[in-house]
Design a protein around this ligand. Structure first.
Ligand SMILES: [Zn+2]
Length: 222
């Protein structure tokens, strides 16, 4: 009987031998004192876009919620099950994070599905179809643009959905209030899996800009 896939067991052994061995004190401190991450990242479930890897973070540094296509739904206190909203609430109200980053990525399968209007549901429940209908109007508008190539349409919707999620974050009263008080800042970023480039959203224009590599280097040195 296989209790865990062998690949995971091997990885765990490596983790204990290296990372945990090197950072034992940090883990013990985090266990004793609790976590105090300053940043919440909303990322996609995609196996290629793990924020802990992209931002090279240590344990305890970022609080992460992942869902299909890194979407934030609108504030809807309707008594239903809202996993992403629960994570947002905990990060903002209890952990009091200072930053929220919506991290999108290239070649997103969820976004591709939203653009493929002829795709059949994966199951009778069609959870993905329902979830991606959050960006349905934007997907329809982008799909209808015959001047764009399929790749351009996909990248456009990946970035539009980040702006959409940022707007929805502001529909949560606690986030809106804290942002207006200057105690919480919201950011958008888009990761290009094929090149490793991180495009960062200009909050004033909504445009995604590829930062100057030297500027990124300078920021790291601060
Ligand atoms: Zn994705």
């Amino acid at each position: 009987m296989t209790l865990l896939p062998e690949k995971l067991l091997t990885g765990y052994r490596n983790f204990m031998a290296h990372r945990y061995a090197n950072e034992t004190m940090r883990y013990k401190q985090l266990a004793d004192q609790g976590q105090t991450p300053e940043t919440l990242v909303v990322a996609c479930c995609d196996s290629r876009s793990a924020p802990e890897i992209i931002f090279d973070t240590a344990p305890g540094e970022i609080f992460v919620v992942r869902n299909v296509a890194n979407l934030v739904p609108p504030y809807a206190p309707d008594g239903e099950y809202h996993a992403t909203s629960a994570a947002l609430e905990f990060a903002v109200q209890s952990l009091k994070v200072k930053n929220i980053v919506v991290l999108g990525h290239g070649r997103c399968g969820g976004i591709k599905a939203a653009l493929d209007t002829e795709s059949q549901p994966l199951s009778p429940g069609d959870f993905i179809g329902k979830w991606m209908s959050l960006v349905g109007p934007a997907a329809e508008a982008v799909s209808a643009n015959a001047l764009m190539t399929p790749f351009e349409r996909q990248t456009a919707l990946e970035r539009i959905s980040i702006r959409y999620s940022l707007n929805n974050l502001r529909s949560f009263p606690c986030i809106d209030i804290l942002e207006k008080k200057g105690r919480l800042s919201l950011h958008g970023a888009w990761f290009d899996i094929s090149t490793g480039e991180l495009w960062i959203m200009n909050p004033e224009t909504g445009d995604f800009l590829r930062p100057d590599p030297e500027e990124v280097g300078a920021a790291t040195l601060e």
